[in-house]
Design a protein around this ligand. Structure first.
Ligand code: SF4
Ligand code: SF4
Length: 197
């Protein structure tokens, strides 16, 4: 008799705990149901990188003087500057230039110290590849014009902080009914023009 009572008591206790844990889980779900979604639907939507974003490096071959300052200031001596001395012109002649983005830490030192400004950091961040050797960009790949989120007609560019109301830094704090995060650049320009008018 005593054994049956204990079994019933254990069963009731476990049932109570199970109900408590389900309740706790559902409370998190219900809490999120009241919030506005902030997920960016990548790759159909993309956030516009900030102005000083440090993405893929762009290189202008004709401006490079093969001084190798970029190599010396790089924490891992990464840029490969392949040059030959032209005896007639009495100056260095650049043959080949490359940076391996599989190793680069995007610190921006090379861009900062290049005396001819032939290096610049772009807003391009989509560098994923199946083969890491493909990340070693030569001067042709480095010279390619940067990809812009706003130039891609297949993508909805979003500027999250451009949309959030004044004083709001946490999108989760907004009510579920408030407008979806992000605004098209033309919408931002139009709103600014309306404000000025
Ligand atoms: S960004 Fe930094 S790590 Fe990358 S090549 Fe330039 S100096 Fe080197
Ligand atoms: S610092 Fe600039 S100019 Fe000098 S080798 Fe590097 S990229 Fe060329």
């Amino acid at each position: 008799m005593f054994k049956i009572l204990k079994q019933v008591s254990d069963y009731a206790q476990e049932s109570f705990l199970a109900a408590k844990y389900i309740g706790q889980g559902l409370s998190v779900t219900f809490d999120h149901m009241r919030r506005r979604p902030v997920t960016v639907q990548y790759p159909y939507e993309k956030l516009i990188p900030t102005e000083r974003f440090r993405g893929r490096i762009h290189f202008e071959f004709d401006k490079c003087i093969s001084c190798e300052v970029c190599v010396r200031v790089c924490p891992i001596n990464l840029p490969v500057v392949d040059w030959e001395f032209n005896k007639e012109a009495k100056k260095k002649e650049l043959k080949h230039y490359s940076i391996d983005f599989g190793v680069c830490i995007f610190c921006g030192n090379c861009v900062e110290y290049c005396p001819t400004n032939c290096l610049s950091m772009t807003e391009e961040y989509e560098l994923a590849s199946y083969d890491r050797h493909e990340l070693n960009y030569d001067n042709v790949a480095l010279g390619r014009l940067p990809y812009k989120v706003t130039d891609d007609p297949m993508v909805k560019p979003l500027r999250e902080f451009g949309y959030l109301p004044k004083g709001v830094l946490e999108p989760h704090d907004l009510a579920a009914g408030s407008k979806r995060a992000g605004k098209r650049p033309e919408e931002i320009i139009k709103a600014e023009e309306n404000q000025k008018a």
